[in-house]
Design a binder for this molecule. Structure first.
Ligand code: ASP
Ligand code: MG
Length: 458
């Protein structure tokens, strides 16, 4: 089971974690936790300040007082609490030392950054383990640096699954045999040389399925503060519903296109051993939430969700003197040079004319890279673009899908800038102006009748 930052955000939330764990006592459980909400952001800020020689004390003190306050409020036996407090103090002293050691020369070291941002999880696991122990559930904090071996891509490390499996299985099963629930730090790992790495922001979900893979878990449960994966953002569309089931691929597509439920790589370890992932609301344990399983079970040919990805740039390249293959090759090489993954790419003409949509933040580097590969007749970029992705396995077989989608959009005055379908027939992406995003989602949600095709499960 994995609990995110808000689920361990204060003492009462941590208490709720203990209640949920005790409801599942009949199972051997491994608990993965994120940092308390806000902590990782503070650590990122502290490092950013430290490397340019500015004070990070405010962030440090907020982290320190937040964790001490939560510990006090967790109650428990005084002597035990003192022991945990000493452990927190030791970890905080180490954090302070690391921040002091950052050279104030403005350079960015992802390695140093990882060693600092990992502290949020190192602190939170102590609080959670303490809380479980005070409630009579034997628990022990475990740092994933001892379990998860990764590449040295600091900031975005990838697990080396075989090595990780060997290490984790042994250590975790040993604890479980003794009747102890391991409380594992999400988000972090270490290289084969023992340097701390992180799996990318929001990486605790990924930790949960990596650990699930290693111990051949029956199921991985991700506890959140929402009812599950929703048909669209419920803040935008009040009729949004919980999706009952998704395939791994559908869930990965939704994460890719901006649904903020899961880290996009979470489905990878789970799909290797067909481990079901269940997303559940920690305030409504009895509600089924969303089940993510193998795609074979679930090629349901219904639209599952509509998800917006905002703040993108549409780059259009035209060169009438060249053929499309030459221009595509040039754009492809430029994308590879700067490691940018496009959200959408289209061409439909024999002459060199290609459109590509990327994060707005990547516009400048990409434009430079494209131009560095040869002069082009015309290259234009348009900011403040958003992509609306309509996601669902086999949706292209739904009669009238395109007609319904475009009628809904045109009816509300949304202008399409580019359209792309995905070869695996799982998503249809439409680029529009940022300003049209909410109208587009609302009209598509209604026009494609997501309201009716999904059963209410609350
Ligand atoms: N604490 C990390 C973050 O804020 C990892 C996570 O929450 O999953 O990104
Ligand atoms: Mg998250």
């Amino acid at each position: 089971m994995k609990f995110g930052g808000t689920s361990v955000g204060d003492a009462s939330r941590i208490g709720r974690v203990a209640e949920i764990v005790s409801e599942y006592v009949d199972y051997s459980q491994i608990v993965v936790v994120s940092a308390m909400s806000g902590t990782t952001d503070r650590l990122v800020q502290a490092y950013a300040n430290a490397r340019v020689g500015e004070s990070w004390l405010e962030e440090f003190q907020a982290i320190e007082s937040g964790h001490y306050a939560a510990l006090e409020q967790l109650g428990g036996k005084g002597s035990e609490r003192e022991r945990v407090k000493a452990k927190l103090a030791e970890i905080l002293a180490e954090l302070k030392q690391r921040l002091e050691a950052v050279p104030a020369d403005g350079t960015m070291s992802h390695q140093q950054s990882d060693s600092i941002v990992s502290f949020g999880e190192r602190l939170s696991v102590r609080l959670v383990a303490f809380c479980l122990n005070t409630r009579g559930i034997a628990a022990q904090a475990v740092e994933a640096t001892e379990l998860i071996v990764t590449t040295s891509d600091f900031g975005d490390a990838e697990p080396l699954l075989e090595l990780t499996e060997r290490r984790s299985k042994f250590r975790l099963e040993q604890l479980l045999r003794q009747g102890i629930t391991p409380i594992v730090t999400g988000f972090i790992g270490s290289t084969t040389h023992g340097e701390t790495t992180t799996l990318g922001r929001g990486g605790s979900d990924y930790t949960a399925t990596i650990i699930g893979y290693c111990v051949d878990a029956e199921e991985v449960i991700i506890w959140t503060d929402v009812p599950g994966v929703m048909t669209t953002d419920p803040r935008v569309v009040s009729d949004a519903r919980t999706i009952q089931s998704l395939s791994y691929d559908e869930a990965a597509d939704l994460s890719h296109f901006g649904a903020k439920v899961l880290h996009p790589l979470t489905m990878v370890p789970a799909s290797l051993k067909n481990t079901p992932i269940r997303i559940k609301n920690s305030f409504r344990v009895e509600a089924p939430g969303t089940l993510i399983t193998d795609s074979i079970i679930d090629a349901s040919q219904t639209v599952k969700a509509i998800t917006p990805k905002k703040d993108l740039t549409l780059i259009s390249i035209t060169d009438t003197r060249r053929n499309v293959l030459e221009v595509l090759t040039q754009v492809g090489a430029a994308l590879a040079d700067c490691g940018v993954t496009p959200y959408l790419m289209t061409h439909a003409s024999a002459i060199g004319s290609v459109s590509v949509v990327v994060d707005m933040a990547k516009r400048e580097v990409l434009l430079k890279a494209i131009e560095s590969h040869g002069k082009l007749e015309k290259i234009r970029s348009e900011d403040d673009i958003s992509i609306i992705a309509i996601v669902g396995s086999g949706i292209y077989s739904i009669p009238g899908l395109y007609a319904k989608a475009f009628t809904a959009l045109s009816g509300s005055g949304v202008k399409f800038l580019a359209i792309a379908s995905d070869a695996s027939q799982r998503s249809l992406s439409i680029a529009i102006k940022n300003d049209d995003t909410y109208v587009a989602i609302r009209s598509l949600h209604q026009g494609l009748q997501l309201i009716r095709t999904e059963d209410e499960n609350e």
